[in-house]
Each structure stands twice: as C-alpha cells, then as structure tokens.
Ligand binder design. Sequence first.
Ligand code: SAH
Length: 497
Amino acid sequence: MQTGRVYLIGAGPGDPELITVKGLRLIREADVILYDGLANPEFLKEARRGCECINVEKRPGFQRVQQDEINQMMVDFAQKGLMVVRLKGGDPIVFGRGGEEAEVLRKHNVPFEIVPGITSAIAAPAYAGIPVTHRGISPHVTIVTGTTASLEGEGEVNWEGLAKVGGTLLILMGTRKRSEIARRLIAGGHPPETPVAAIEWGSLPLQRTVRTTLGEIGSVEMTNPAVIVVGKVAAMDLDWFASKPLFGKTIAVTRARTQASELVQQLRELGAQVLEVPTIAFAEPENWREVDGAIADIHSYDWLVLTSTNGTDRFFERLFKQDRDVRALGEIKIATIGAATSSRVRKWHLNVDLEATNRASEGLLADFGADLSGQRFLLPRPEKSRDVLANGLRERGGEVREVVVYKTGMPECLPEKFLQLLQENAIDLIAFTSSSTVLNFVSLLKKTGQNWGSLPAACIGPITARTAVAQGFDVVVELDETSVSISGLVQAIAAYC
Ligand code: SAH
C-alpha cells in the first residue's frame, strides 16, 4: 500500500477565519485529524464525514497524550495510506514542536508538508491594537518562550541579553514565570517603567488585554494562554476588536446546526461569543417514492417552488443521486421564499426566476398573481409545514404536488457547554428563529431539570415571539412582520445589547 502523507498545519490563533486557504482545504480532505487544545474545535465541523478526529491536547503539567504517542500515531496512520492532518494552534513551528514532528516523519520516510499558520505571537497583539513593529518606535521583534521547563537541547534564554537588544519582546507561555522574567529584563537594563501588555485568548471572544509595566508585572493577574508584549509598542492602543458592538456578549443560537451558520456568522462578526444550541434535527422522509415519482415527471411542471435552504438541498441531493444532471430540470422555473433559499439554489448552479419579495408564503402568492389555471407546481417541503402556500396556489387554479423531502425532529439533548454556562448565568441572550425552536428548546431543557431563569430572548418575528412569551420568556428583541430576516435580527440584537 502507498504511504499516506502528513500535513503539519497551523490553525491560527483562535478566530476560525484566521487559517490559510490551504489549511482549510486539507482539513476538509483529511482521513484523520490530530488536533491540539489551542486549535479551535470549530475546524472539526469542516472535516468530511468519516474523518477520525483525535484530541491530542497537551497542557502544562497535564499531558493527555505524550509527544511520543502523537509521533507514533502520525507514522502509523500515514503508513496505512491515510491522509493525516496534524492541526496545531498558531503556527506549527513557533513553539509548536512542528520541527520535531517533521524530523520523526523524515526518519520514518513518511512524506509530509508544512502549512504555516498565523502565530498568536503576532495575531494576539494585532487583535489588541498593538503593532509589534512600528516606525520610529520598534524596528524589530523577538519571539521567546517564557518556560524554563526546557525541552531537551533547548538553550536557556538570555533575558539580560534580550533587554540589551531592545525592540519588541513577544513572550509566549510566560505568565507563570513573569516576575522572574521581569526581574532579569530589568537587571539587563530595561527600565521598570517599560510598558507591558498581556493579551489573553487573543482573537477570540474571550480576549482580554492587561496593561502594566515591567516593574508591576508580578502584581497584576494574567492567565494562560497569553502573549506578553514588552517594549514601547505595548503602550499603543489601536483597539478595533474589543470595541465591536457585541464583544463580551454570549449569545445562544437555537436552530438546526445546518441552518445556523448565517446567524452565527453575523453575530460573531460583531464580536459575540456564539453558542450553537441545535434544537432541530433533520431526518430523511419515511420513503422517497413520492419524491422520486415527481423527479421522474419533473419536465411536466411549470414551477419548482422552494421555501427553505434545507428543502432545497434535500431535493437536489435526491435528484442528482439518481444519475441525473441539470438537464433533467428542463424548462422548469424556480421560485423561492427568502434570500437564503435563493442563494442555496445558486449554490446548485441554478438561477432563481422568482424570489418572494416578502419572506412569507403570502408574499410569494401575491407575486404569482391571481390566475394560475393550467400551471403545475412542484413543492418539496418538510413533513410538517404551514399549508398556506399550497392551498393558496390551488385556490388560484394551480395544480400542486407536494412532496416530503425531510422530516424534522429533536436532537437527543442540549450541548453540555450550554447547560454549564446557563447554570453559571453566563449567557446574555438566547435567539429563536421559529416557534419550533422555542418549543423544542423548552422540552429539551425540561429533560435536564434545569430552568432558563431570567434569560432574555430575541425572536425573529411576531409568531415566534408569541410562542416564546407563552412559554414564559422575557422577549427583549422582536422583529415585526416587515423586517423579518437574519440580518434584521442581528441588528436588533446589537441595538439591544
Ligand atoms: N504555535 C503556537 C504557540 C504554541 S505555545 C503559535 O504559533 O501561536 C502556546 C502559547 O501560545 C500559549 O501559552 C500562549 O502564550 C500562546 N497562545 C496561543 N494561542 C493564544 C491566544 N489565542 N492568545 C494568546 N496567546 C496564545
């Protein structure tokens, strides 16, 4: 069997968008992913189905998996012919032992590639508004480890010498030994007033910047993981991240995982910490007979009406599974409700002929006009849905065939992390995007015996809000019929927070 290949990939400092295009592509293709504690677990969602994801987290004083074991795993998997991704926080080389791992791979004749990542040493200061070099202030940087629990063969750091070199010092893994480090830097000639900034959890919603001086460093609290910046630039404050409107807020988003991404993405864009709390699970319909029948007959319809992103995917997945291609669709026109549905249709390389100007079914009916006699409509839909659209089309003389392309149900339970934060009163808001997310959330939470206390709720529209109020939620954000949309919801949440 041919030997596989190992990719030593830098995942970036934490923000899941700070990974390279190449790194993300390889994660999506991998057979096995061995990931570190500091690599954002968000990336694992990108792994393909069947990819084995193994946590090989190492923490100071607590090793879940020893380095030797990691080395062995990489070699073993690759020798089985698998494509292995070794995912590390920041850059794989910068205090990431990527060099050692590459040596082991070379020794075992395992082909490997190194995909650099954005190191936290540079990224955390950037997210705190501290430029690590700055014209006229600091012409060079030194990245240095603050541990003296040194790796074999690693030299002792000459802190006194570093003080004499000047420029900017970026200290990783330095919080525990910070007093000793400061003492030696001062002994080497750095004045005690030298500015210091420590950036904890850089580029993540938990980011915190502690500002102090070398002389005072021992008396301020700072925790790992943090990058400590020493030098004149540490006094600069070009903050842009911590001042985002939702920075420091924790928002729970209840939706089916596959649907949540747009809302989650937009809230994160505004700086929020977003917890995904899936309350809806999708399943296949009882059987595909009806759908297959409609697909076989698709050329006889005038309109294919798609009302959700999920319905769109399920329908086209089924169609293309049957050795058919776009030609099967013939002359059929496509109508949608909602911009999100339209953009999903375009992902299947198809154009939308009519998009409802108003999001709801009523809007689409109005766009179709009053007389639909002789027109044939195909409506892929979930098992349970409002009948407004199908009935309305029939009333206008249209011939309608509805086919069930998916069923909705409930996931088994709520995520552990959400329940824990709820108990700690650490969630600022919960967002609901439909009545069923409210009802499912309530019944899933009841199973745990926990209560949502005074957790405020944001609702996408009046129907959802009514359901939430009936369940006893304090609805603090509610959109009216005309502004129902994901971006409308995000704006309203930002205004409330
Ligand atoms: N290869 C990594 C560094 C691994 S050593 C990189 O290039 O970033 C682990 C240390 O990195 C931590 O102790 C901390 O000093 C730093 N670190 C990693 N992620 C960080 C983050 N998001 N914010 C601040 N420091 C971080």
